[in-house]
Design a protein around this ligand. Structure first.
Ligand code: BG6
Length: 489
């Protein structure tokens, strides 16, 4: 059997998409709390009040105008405020995960629930106790928590008043937060990820489209550098607090293929891997910038604030495992793109050999095997697939059942691909499907884009009872786990 004993089967969510309780228990706001819902065709918007008191919106990557402040406005619905109310339903949800046989549950800690503005010297005790109770609940069922320390949710106060990740001081504020996590949950949590999909910052520029001024690249690379240093410091502290801690990076894993055999496409594809994928993995796993980094910076006249001490930290604070999300592959070409597709922070020519989800994401299980084999060859550290899944419309039948064979089919193919990689020598130690329970979509803010084995009665307008029910895929995944991946029928 390919899957090793003790393989960590499970599922994943993030605080801002699952928890809700945005203003409960002393929590401060994060960017998602001033972000509206959207659709596949209509971007989510960030709301604010301008210097003259007008209610305004802007796109997520735009900068707040001079004199404006972020604001929650009555005329909009903010899906992350309540999300699927994991804040009040976590016991029920974890019991359902246990019923499926989860060995591992990936979730994140909302920074602003522990440090409401990010600047406090001491954590908010109510927030600390909330997560303790969640982890204790997991332990009750022998479920190992896999905890993401930062999943896209810097406290809004730091973003608005302190320059967010463009300010070097944010490193120490993050480290204080991470240290609190390692100290408070010592013994309850052993597996940690420092930053979710850290490479998105750079991928987002291509994804957003249009021409970008050099300053945008300067900011993106600087932001990343400070996060690398913060991650390295956190890894060292995490190991010092508990040598049993296993700490990973988390990369948005897109498998890039050249669209044609034109050597120019092959080279462009290699450069895409370097910019979007290796750039972060090399720093976090190998402890140094790759040789191509100088070229990337030169292309946009980037000049970074990097000190010698930073470089020493990067080399000392390398991660123990390589974890990544995998949803899709992408085609790279230097030729005219005739049929463009976009999804999960990447854009490219449509691949005629693949099928696409209703949200335009390529379904490519072979790409998962390819990615696992490539990355293991490069890094030779244990790997986990910590997000994988299909966002789809689900229909609740009159009798309350939910038939989702498309989801089962997607998982079956991806688990088989992972199995082949393991047979080929890759050390994969865990797999957590994305949105094991329906959550708010990060990209579109929709509820109708569902990933879960567990259905949540909540719609895009915030109407619903929050009742949980089991989809067909729930029973299927339970069988997969019980057979340690042998029974995929
Ligand atoms: C990843 C994120 O990018 O993809 C998750 O880490 C996100 O937070 C997931 O939810 C799926 O994307 P979406 O936009 O369908 O929610």
């Amino acid at each position: 059997m390919a899957f090793p004993n003790g393989f960590l089967w499970g599922g994943a969510v993030a605080a801002n998409q699952w928890e809700g309780g945005w203003n409960l228990g002393g929590r401060g706001p994060a960017m998602t709390d001033v972000t509206t819902g959207g659709t596949v065709n209509e971007h989510r918007k960030v709301t604010y009040i301008d210097k003259d008191g007008n209610h305004c919106t802007m796109l997520q990557h735009e900068k707040l105008p001079e004199g404006a402040h972020y604001a929650v406005l009555d005329e909009y619905h903010y899906p992350n405020h309540e999300a699927v109310d994991g804040y009040h339903h976590y016991k029920e949800d974890i019991a359902l995960f246990a019923e499926m046989g989860f060995k591992q549950f990936r979730m994140s800690i909302s920074w602003s629930r522990l440090y409401p503005t990010g600047l406090e010297k001491e954590p908010n005790r109510e927030g600390v106790e909330f997560y303790r109770s969640v982890f204790e609940e997991c332990r009750k069922y022998d479920i190992e928590p896999l905890v993401t320390i930062w999943h896209f949710d810097t406290p809004l106060y730091l973003e608005e008043h302190c320059g967010g990740w463009l300010n070097r001081e944010t490193i120490d504020l993050y480290v204080r937060f991470a240290t609190t996590c390692f100290t408070e949950y010592k013994g309850l949590v052993h597996h940690w990820l420092t930053f979710n999909e850290i490479n998105n910052t750079i991928m987002f520029l291509d994804f957003a489209g249009g021409e970008h001024a050099d300053q945008e690249y300067q900011d993106a690379y600087q932001h990343l550098h400070y996060q690398f240093v913060a991650s390295a410091k956190a890894v060292m502290i995490g190991h010092a607090i508990d040598p049993d801690n296993m700490i990973g990076c988390m990369i948005c894993g897109i498998t890039n293929y050249p669209a044609t055999c034109d050597p120019k496409d092959i080279l462009a594809c290699q450069h895409q891997w370097e910019k979007n994928i290796y750039y972060c993995g090399d720093v976090q796993v190998l402890g140094a910038y790759g040789s191509y980094a100088t070229r990337l910076w030169k292309e946009h006249n980037v000049s970074l604030d990097i000190t010698d001490e930073d470089l020493e930290l990067l080399s000392a604070g390398t991660v123990d495992m390589y974890t990544f999300s995998y949803y899709m592959s992408s085609l790279v070409t230097t030729h005219k793109v005739t049929d463009q597709v976009a999804g999960n922070f990447s854009k490219g020519q449509k691949n005629e050999y693949l099928e696409y989800s209703d949200w335009g994401w390529a379904v490519d299980p072979d790409g998962l095997q390819y990615y696992l084999e490539m990355m293991y060859q490069r890094y030779n550290v244990p790997m986990m697939v910590v997000e994988n899944g299909l966002g789809a419309y689900d229909k609740v039948e009159e009798d309350g059942s939910i038939h989702d064979p498309y989801r089962i089919d997607y998982f079956r193919k991806h688990i088989k691909a992972m199995e082949k990689a393991i047979e080929n020598g890759v050390d994969v130690i865990g797999y957590t499907t994305w949105g094991c329970i329906d959550v708010v979509s990060a990209g579109t803010g929709e509820m109708r884009k569902r990933y879960g084995f567990i259905y949540v009665d909540m719609d895009d307008e915030g109407k619903g009872t929050m009742k949980r029910s089991r989809k067909d895929s729930f029973y299927w995944y339970k069988k997969v786990i019980a057979s340690n991946g042998a029974d995929l029928d």
